[in-house]
Design a protein around this ligand. Structure first.
Ligand SMILES: NC(=O)c1ccc[n+]([C@@H]2O[C@H](COP(=O)([O-])OP(=O)(O)OC[C@H]3O[C@@H](n4cnc5c(N)ncnc54)[C@H](OP(=O)(O)O)[C@@H]3O)[C@@H](O)[C@H]2O)c1
Length: 252
């Protein structure tokens, strides 16, 4: 997909902030938006080496176009401080991609409060609080919020009740954002299917999944990133959830 922005001295490159952007799908979104002409803020929590090397690689292609910013984002205070730091980095933020996420099983009978808190915080409190903190800046830019949900928000994934519920909450929050932050901010969610499996999952699991995907294969990170770029530029689309799942959700 070619969506290269037309930039002039009076129309500087817009800025996208990707949380958890150092690795995996976040890093691909950083690359795809950068290629389309965006400047990129790569947030990382623990993946400093990956974030620095991604920033170096992209800055070699276009000097001063990417910054890597670290934050734990574990309290409202660190989230608000990070929002200020991120806004100052390039002096603007046009697109916020709430990508950082925690994913692990919580089978009934074995769910503890700490696990619940971690999933709820990372997948729901963080995107809501960060969107709130950046809303004044995004509003000035006719900005966009893109929340990374999951097809398992609306159809359960065995042994992941807490994860699935947090992603369902994120879809609900996305619709509220679209209503309450309009008309200056658009908010949409992406519900990925199987794109990059957790690093611990083996080939057998991949085969089982593929058998129930009409397009017959896992998605590529680029497929997901191009959907995000579409939502960033689709000016009359807000409050929607776009499944990027090879048709998995139409399989019986
Ligand atoms: N992969 C898929 O196929 C798939 C399927 C469905 C939905 N999704 C959704 O798509 C998004 C990207 O998926 P992914 O697999 O690339 O994600 P991921 O690797 O599981 O996580 C992305 C990043 O989130 C950050 N993170 C995790 N816990 C955090 C916390 N408590 N506070 C702050 N940052 C935290 C980590 O950053 P650091 O490494 O810097 O610590 C991590 O690298 C996620 O929202 C995910 O739920 C993905």
């Amino acid at each position: 997909m070619e969506l290269t922005l037309k930039l002039t001295p009076t129309n500087p490159a817009p800025v996208v902030l990707v949380t958890g952007g150092a690795r995996r799908l976040g890093a691909q979104m950083a690359r795809t938006f950068h290629q389309a002409g965006f400047r990129v803020l790569v947030h990382y929590r623990s993946s400093k080496t990956d974030a620095d090397s991604l920033a170096k690689e992209l800055n070699q292609q276009r000097p001063d176009s990417v910054q890597a910013l670290s934050s734990e984002l574990n309290t409202a205070e660190t989230i608000n401080d990070f929002a200020q730091q991120a806004t100052k980095a390039f002096g603007r933020i046009d697109v916020l991609i709430n990508n950082a996420s925690a994913f692990f099983p919580t089978p009934f009978g074995d769910i503890d409060e700490e696990q619940l808190d971690l999933l709820l915080h990372t997948n729901l409190r963080l995107p809501i609080l960060l969107t709130q903190a950046l809303a004044p800046e995004l509003s000035q830019r006719q900005g966009v919020v893109i929340n990374l949900a999951d097809i398992h928000a609306l159809r359960p994934l065995a042994n992941h009740p807490a994860y699935a519920a947090t992603k369902a909450g994120l879809i609900s929050a996305t619709k509220s954002m679209a209503l309450d932050l309009a008309p200056n901010i658009r908010a949409n969610a992406i519900a990925p299917g199987a794109i990059l499996l957790p690093e611990s999952q083996g080939a057998d699991y991949e085969q089982q999944l593929t058998a129930r995907i009409p397009l017959g294969k896992l998605g590529e990170p680029k497929d997901l990133a191009e959907a995000a770029l579409f939502l960033a530029t689709a000016k009359y689309v807000t409050g929607q959830v776009l499944a990027v799942d090879g048709g998995r959700t139409v399989w019986q």
